[in-house]
Design a protein around this ligand. Structure first.
Ligand code: MV4
Length: 510
């Protein structure tokens, strides 16, 4: 950052991998980074990576990472000029962006007015329609009652989706396939929305089937320039949690990319956007696309875009926040190669992705050509149920999708996590799946393929050796009693010797 920059020090109002990611970008921009941490996070890597770290309270997020007074207090006490919210927590709360500004600090994100307009999903639809962005057929205002909802459903033709106006990300949503279900579904959606968002308004959209979830990354600066960084394919998700993302999408041609990028740039301009943002679209089987919602934050899956466009999105956010122009130019942007991201979470894929808690006894992240590991947790750290189960993002890049896929498979096999269950085995199965390998995915992929990927047979074939090695290493770490598999590298035995050792122990046990 230049000598005249108004930003010298940034408060990173987040934790885990994204806090570490932002701290790294600060350091590359020659800015100091201030970390905040809750009690269980005192030993976390983001705390040590920062130049200064401030304790902000106990584990429950409302008393720490969601406390606006504590975060602004920490920024003031440490002489920060800016606050980066990361994703989740307060990142899409207009009142936080407002409070940061009111405290005389720079919010590294969009203006509060843009967050507010896009947070109201019917307002967002109206803005998009006015800007010429294609939207899903549906109502432009919340419906008053089930009589109006039924009339709209008939007009749109069933099936329809009832969506919370204050919602997003799938919360407060109800699918209605038959007219008779409408009244009770509306009541359920309204009460769920009221409970989750404190606002019960619900609107109606035609339910589109056989869709992909494709989103466009945009960057905007204070000089009115908006740049689209192509698409990410995010169809592989479960209960509205994305598990695997890639860039580019196999379903997007250069011509379609241009049309979607133009629509996304128009969407951002229409709300006076600044910083990094993402426009979510549904993409149908014949290449037609519709606006779903705009996410007004840095997203978990931003690295796949960074790898294929050679742009550091977080550094651009910091520059834009400091009042500098974007360094990327729309005319020169071309995706190069292919990137895939697997979210490695502390969830047990063989028990319905049950979130796990515990201490990481041992962690060996993969490395080597084309591999990026965005983690924020290491051996000795505790995974608690208070926060998101994300352990790390494993990202593979290759000249082609096939090479990226091979590298991901190789990296997933290098990865060793001991002490808690993880989604590692699930990702290995998806990478091996012929449908995934052909790019034949849509938002129903996991519902279709789940059973095949995670059968009992697969579990015993694949998960057990992984679990055996994991349990064995955990025991050795705890007791220090077992003889090292290789004298020269007792802590990093190679994969083969681990397997042999594990098998021997299994045999001895039986
Ligand atoms: C839809 C849809 C089909 N038709 N809207 C889910 C989360 C929120 N962003 C919007 N969502 C959807 N909206 C219409 N009119 C299907 C979904 C949807 C979905 C979208 C993206 C990724 C995964 C999904 C899983 C289920 C449903």
């Amino acid at each position: 950052m230049s000598d005249v920059s108004p930003i010298k020090r940034v408060l990173v109002a987040n934790r885990g991998e994204i806090a570490l990611r932002i701290i790294r970008a600060c350091h590359e921009e020659a800015l100091e980074a201030v970390a905040v941490y809750s009690e269980p996070d005192r030993l976390a890597p983001h705390v040590r990576a920062a130049d200064v770290a401030v304790p902000i309270g106990p584990a429950p997020a409302p008393q720490s990472y969601l406390s606006i007074p504590k975060l602004i207090g920490a920024a003031r006490a440490t002489g920060c000029q800016a606050v980066h919210p990361g994703y989740g927590f307060l990142s899409e709360r207009a009142e936080f962006a407002q409070a940061v500004g009111d405290a005389g600090l720079i919010f590294v994100g969009p203006p509060p007015e843009a967050i507010r307009a896009l947070g109201d999903k019917t307002e967002a639809r109206r803005r998009m329609q006015a800007a010429g962005v294609p939207i899903v057929p549906g109502t432009m205002r919340p419906v008053a009652d089930h009589v109006q909802a039924r009339a709209e459903a008939v007009r749109l033709r069933l099936p329809v989706l009832l969506k919370a106006a204050a919602g997003g990300g799938g919360k407060g949503m109800r699918l209605v396939r038959e007219e008779g279900e409408l009244a009770s579904a509306l009541e359920a959606a309204q009460s769920e929305a009221l409970k989750a968002f404190g606002a019960g308004e619900v609107y109606v959209e035609k339910y589109l089937e056989h869709q992909r979830h494709v989103e466009i990354q945009v960057l905007a600066d204070s000089f009115g320039r908006v740049v689209a960084l192509g698409e990410r394919e995010c169809s592989i998700q479960r209960r509205h949690q994305k598990l695997i993302e890639e860039a580019p999408s196999v379903a997007v041609t250069p011509a379609l990319r241009r049309r979607m990028s133009d629509a996304a740039a128009a969407a951002a301009s229409a709300v006076g956007y600044r910083s990094a943002g993402t426009i979510e679209f549904l993409l149908g089987p014949t290449g037609e696309f519709c606006f779903l919602e705009m996410n007004t934050r840095l997203q978990v899956e931003h690295p796949v875009t960074e790898l294929v466009y050679g742009v550091d999105i977080v550094r651009e956010q910091l520059r834009v926040a400091a009042g500098q122009p974007l360094r990327v130019h729309a005319g020169t942007l071309q995706p190069r190669g292919h990137a895939i991201e697997c979210r490695i979470t502390a969830e047990d894929p063989f028990h319905d992705f049950l979130p796990a808690a515990g201490t990481i006894a041992y962690l060996r992240p993969p490395a080597g050509p084309g591999i990026r590991w965005d983690g924020g947790i290491e051996a000795g750290n505790e995974v608690t149920l208070f926060y998101d189960p994300l352990i790390a993002k494993l990202i593979a890049w290759g000249e082609t999708r096939a090479v990226a896929l091979q590298r991901m498979q190789r990296a997933l096999r290098e990865l060793v996590i001991v002490g808690i269950p993880s989604s590692q085995a699930f990702h290995l199965r998806v990478m091996d799946d012929p449908d995934f390998q052909r790019g034949e995915i849509d938002i129903a992929y996991l519902e279709r393929a789940g059973a095949r990927l995670l059968s009992e047979e697969i579990r015993s074939e694949l998960a057990r050796p992984l679990a055996v090695v994991a349990a064995l290493l955990a025991e050795e770490c705890r007791t220090g009693a077992a003889p090292p598999p290789q004298p020269s590298t007792p802590w990093l035995p190679d994969r083969q010797s681990l397997w042999v050792h594990a098998a021997r122990r299994e045999a001895l046990r039986e």
